[in-house]
Write a protein that binds this ligand. Structure first.
Ligand code: TYD
Length: 138
């Protein structure tokens, strides 16, 4: 899966003086059906999350509050995204190494995921990931 498949998606935004509203619908605004939602919060300054890749999982990452960076890496190229709007999200395709850093204080990172949690879907070892990427391409 190429790095170019991963992209920032702008969500619908209903602007209202009482407060704005955004929404995400499975397979309409993001390219997969949502089976799981998880979120990171109370992240201490300087912490790094992620540092793994997924074999099958599609994800959509939104900064619900505050900001942070997501670095995507397909084994050859890296791209850093700064997320700081609750109406923007980053689509992350399978076979993409990622880490998250630069969390602001109070940041909340919500992740919409295409599958239930499955420990066997992870590459946590970077060398193993790089071998798999090479095999994938040949
Ligand atoms: P991990 O995916 O390594 O977190 P991150 O990528 O954000 O740094 O998960 C941390 C721990 O939480 C790990 O023990 C697995 C567990 N976990 C679940 O039980 N369910 C989930 O949906 C997720 C994402 C993690």
């Amino acid at each position: 899966m190429p790095l170019d498949d991963c992209k920032i998606i702008e969500l619908p935004r209903i602007q209202d003086p009482r407060g704005n509203l955004s929404y995400v619908e499975s397979s309409r605004h993001i390219p997969f059906d949502i089976k799981r939602v998880y979120y990171l919060y109370d992240v201490p300054g300087g912490a790094e999350r992620g540092s793994h890749a997924h074999k099958q999982l599609h994800q959509f990452i939104v900064a619900m509050s505050g900001s942070f960076d997501v670095v995507l890496d397909d084994g050859e190229r890296q791209r850093r995204y700064h997320l700081n709007r609750s109406y923007h999200g980053l689509y992350v395709c399978p076979m993409m190494w990622r880490f998250l850093d630069n969390f602001s204080s109070g940041a909340v990172c919500m992740v919409l995921a295409s599958e239930f949690y499955d420990a066997s879907d992870y590459y946590r070892d970077r060398e193993e990931f790089l071998v798999a990427v090479r095999d994938f391409k040949t």
